[in-house]
Structure formats: structure tokens, C-alpha cells
Design a protein around this ligand. Structure first.
Ligand SMILES: [Zn+2]
Length: 347
């Protein structure tokens, strides 16, 4: 574990600590640069007015005075006005799940949130000025308790919270496919490997500035016919789990972008057929597979709801449907959880 998350973990979960006065829960820490990948990811944090450098000492004195004041009189939570308030939409999630983190009362532009050794991109709300970010657990994340470190280097402060990642039985799906689509010949295998490399390059790139805003929308408003996370048994053999949701749709039904972003990949692939990958910034990606037609180009900036293509059955599909996937900070998560959590981001 990186040293910046090594501080003693609080005895209770994040949501319970959210309203605590900063001096009681925060510990002083030497400002240390985040690790390499975290430094790169910081770019996505939106700049804002914030105390830095010389102001840090002044702010420390302010906290000291506040600490004294709080020890003399037990103030109601509402009266505690200084220091960042960190809250989580939940203190636990399942593998493949998501938690929305909110930091209020922090003007600082150097606040860092580190989870699974990656810095979480934060977005400052236009209306309330709060910073928000998604804490995501990959579908294959080992269940356990993991720390979330919240640091304000300019104030030399750090606080660590615990998030529980639980296991979940997502069930099984059994699929029958033509043999050639499962047992690949040399040419198909080479092609599939080349395509997998092109896709994995997307996850290795730096986080881009946020283009997404507000809530995320369903790309096709229809029934879910294939749930997220199911273990797959194809032609009686165990295969990779289902990393997205399958949405019912007739061939030709328009598929819309779940949020604003940039099309970073639009190609016809062996497994996923005609596929569109959208980078929404903040290391949030959405993927749309098995399309009949693609109606956008790589590099194109798109608005929320923009038609990306149409439902089809291209690639390795048993029939027309939309496979929709989401990745957040590298983690494969349930897109429906993103829709649910992002509702509160709507002004
Ligand atoms: Zn699917």
C-alpha cells in the first residue's frame, strides 16, 4: 500500500464521520506527492480558489483555535463551519459497485482522494461548490475493507476512511454459440488479441478533464435482458463474467450517449462487433457493443443523448441487443448503479 494511505484508519465508517469537526478526525501529515499514477490523474481536478503555501500556516492556526473552541463547548453539527466535510453515499458496496463521495467546505484546489492507489478525479459542483467523485470497485475486486485517504497537502492534513467491498453472487448465464465464435482459429485469435490491446490502451491513458455533467442516462430505454456480473458459461465452458448490461432492442433502435464526452474508439471488433467507446473525462468511460451501425467518428465530441449508432447483433451476439458497459478509474462497474447514483447530481 502506498505510504499516503498508511495513516491509522478511523474506528468507524466514513458516513458516520462525515460531520465530525476536522481537528478531531484529521491528522496532520507532511505534504507528500501522490504516487506517479496519482499525480497524472490529478489533472482532472478542476482548479478553484484555494489557500496555499504561506496561507497554510495561517490555516493551521485557524484549526488550532477552532479545536480549542470545540473542546470548550459541544456545538451542534450545523455550527461547525470550518474544514472539509467528507461523506459517502454508503460505507459499503459490492464488487462491481460504486459509491459517490462528497467533500464540502473545502476551497482547496489540492485536495486529493486516493483509493486503490489511484487518485480519484473530483468535480466541483456549480451550484453548491462541493467536490464529488466516484469510488469504484472492480467486478473482480477481492472482498475486504479498503482505505480511502483524503488529503489536503496545503493544510498538511490527512484523514483515512474505510470502505467495505462485499462479495455478491450475480448468478450464471448459459449461452450457446457457433463453435467458430468460441474456439478461435489462428487468424481470429490474432485479430482478437490486437483488438484487446487497442482497448486496453484506453485504460492506460491519463484521465482527461471532465466533459460529463449531471446524471447519466440509459442509452436505450428498454428492459435489461442480461444482468451485470453474471458468470458466463458458453457452450458448457466457463468464460469471463458479463461486464456490462444487455438492453433489449430491435435492430435499428437508436443508441444514445449516456453523457457528454469524446468518442475515443469506433471500430468493428471480433467479439464486440461494431463498438463505440466514449471517454467522459475523469476516467469515466462508456462502451456500446454489437451495433448495427456506427454514426460517430473517433475524436468526435458528443453531447449527452447524442445518437452513437443503432442496436444490432454484430460480433459475438446471440441476437440484436445493446451491450452497455462502464469503466470508472479502471474498474468495471454496473452501469445501472452509475445511473442511480448520478441522479443526485442533477440540479
Ligand atoms: Zn452483454
Amino acid at each position: 500500500m502506498a505510504r499516503h494511505v498508511a495513516s491509522p484508519v478511523q474506528p468507524s465508517f466514513g458516513i458516520l464521520l462525515a460531520s465530525s469537526p476536522p481537528p478531531a478526525g484529521w491528522k496532520l501529515s507532511k505534504p507528500a506527492p501522490a504516487n506517479k499514477s496519482a499525480t497524472r490523474k490529478r489533472r482532472a481536478i478542476r482548479p478553484s480558489a484555494c489557500p496555499k503555501g504561506a496561507k497554510a500556516a495561517f490555516m493551521k492556526r485557524v484549526f488550532a483555535v477552532l479545536l480549542m473552541a470545540l473542546s470548550l463547548a459541544a456545538l451542534p453539527f450545523e455550527s461547525r463551519s470550518s474544514g472539509p466535510d467528507v461523506s459517502f453515499s454508503s460505507d459499503a458496496m459490492v464488487r462491481g459497485g460504486l459509491i459517490l463521495l462528497k467533500v464540502q467546505g473545502c476551497e482547496s484546489d489540492d485536495l486529493q482522494v486516493v483509493w486503490m492507489q489511484k487518485e480519484i478525479p473530483l468535480l466541483r459542483g456549480r451550484d453548491d461548490g462541493a467536490l464529488r467523485g466516484f469510488i469504484a470497485a472492480d467486478l473482480n475486486q477481492k472482498p475486504g475493507v479498503y482505505p480511502v485517504a483524503v488529503r489536503v497537502p496545503s493544510l498538511e492534513m490527512e484523514r483515512t476512511f474505510e470502505i467495505q467491498v462485499n462479495d455478491r453472487d450475480y448468478g450464471v448465464r448459459k449461452i450457446r454459440l457457433p463453435r467458430a465464435k468460441v474456439e478461435l482459429d489462428d487468424a481470429s485469435l490474432k485479430r482478437a488479441r490486437r483488438e484487446a490491446l487497442a482497448v486496453s490502451a484506453l485504460w492506460k491513458a491519463d484521465c482527461r478533464p471532465p466533459e460529463w455533467e449531471g446524471s447519466f442516462w440509459m442509452p436505450v430505454n428498454n428492459k435489461i435482458v442480461g444482468a451485470f456480473g453474471q458468470r458466463s458459461i458458453i457452450n458448457q465452458k466457463k468464460r469471463s463474467p458479463h461486464t456490462g448490461v444487455d438492453i433489449r432492442g430491435k435492430t435499428g433502435t437508436p443508441v444514445r450517449a449516456t453523457n457528454a464526452g469524446t468518442v475515443v474508439l469506433a471500430a468493428d471488433y471480433f467479439f464486440t462487433g461494431k463498438s463505440v467507446f466514449v471517454d467522459h473525462g475523469s476516467c469515466i468511460f462508456s462502451m456500446y457493443f454489437h451495433l448495427d451501425q456506427i454514426r460517430v467518428e473517433e475524436g468526435e465530441q458528443i453531447e449527452k443523448g447524442r445518437i452513437l449508432g443503432s442496436v444490432g447483433a454484430t460480433g459475438r451476439a446471440t441476437g440484436p441487443h445493446l451491450h452497455w458497459g462502464v469503466r470508472i478509474n479502471g474498474a468495471r462497474v454496473n452501469p445501472l448503479t452509475l445511473i442511480e447514483l448520478s441522479r443526485e447530481l442533477e440540479p
